[in-house]
Design a protein around this ligand. Structure first.
Ligand SMILES: Nc1ncnc2c1ncn2[C@@H]1O[C@H](COP(=O)(O)OP(=O)(O)O)[C@@H](O)[C@H]1O
Ligand SMILES: [Mg+2]
Length: 176
């Protein structure tokens, strides 16, 4: 009788613990998704929106600037290369890990896609030299963020995933 009672309490206790862990896990993440048209004015809209969302993690001025530059490059690529300056939809999804202070962003287009992703990511590689492109977009994304992954299917579109952990800049670097 007592043993059974004991077990019952144990099960209930575990259930409550699981519920608490589930709630804590939900509290850990904050997400935001934007969908906008491929128009030059929406490039600044996208980077400013992401920066405003990121503000809740108390980033440094430098971290905000890094994120804005990387997003600007990814969104410009979707407009110029993905949609070849024609109409199309771009989706930007931001995820914040509030516990670990990590910012994740995905920029997706359903444009022409990239034939050879590895080659496209090489510094100074561009398929549009006539538009005075420097071929450094992916290199900047790589330099300013901690992680960059590019998925692309020819004729179907491109998705760029980026991640940045905040709070890794030492105060000495910040003072400079
Ligand atoms: N979203 C995209 N859709 C199609 N092609 C892309 C996309 N993003 C990048 N590319 C290809 O990758 C190349 C390199 O991109 P990037 O490093 O930003 O240099 P740039 O934009 O100056 O050409 C581009 O010239 C283009 O061929
Ligand atoms: Mg570019």
């Amino acid at each position: 009788m007592e043993v059974g009672f004991g077990r019952g309490v144990g099960r209930k206790g575990n259930g409550m613990m699981r519920e608490r862990m589930k709630t804590e896990e939900k509290m850990r993440w904050n997400t935001m998704t934007l969908e906008f048209e491929s128009r030059p004015c929406n490039e600044s809209f996208a980077r400013v929106s992401a920066a405003a969302f990121l503000a809740q993690l108390n980033p440094t001025v430098e971290e905000v600037a890094d994120v804005k530059t990387a997003i600007s490059e990814a969104v410009t690529n979707a407009m110029i290369h993905g949609y070849r300056q024609e109409k199309g939809k771009i989706q930007m999804k931001c995820v914040l890990d509030l516990e670990e202070k990590v910012f994740q962003v995905t920029v997706k287009d359903t444009g022409v896609g990239i034939e050879n992703v590895e080659k496209a990511m090489e510094p100074m590689f561009t398929t549009c030299p006539e538009l005075e492109r420097s071929g450094m977009g992916f290199s900047f994304m790589e330099a300013f963020m901690d992680d960059l992954e590019v998925e692309s299917v020819l004729g179907q579109g491109t998705t760029v995933h980026m991640k940045k952990k905040l709070g890794t800049t030492s105060w000495i670097e910040q003072e400079e």
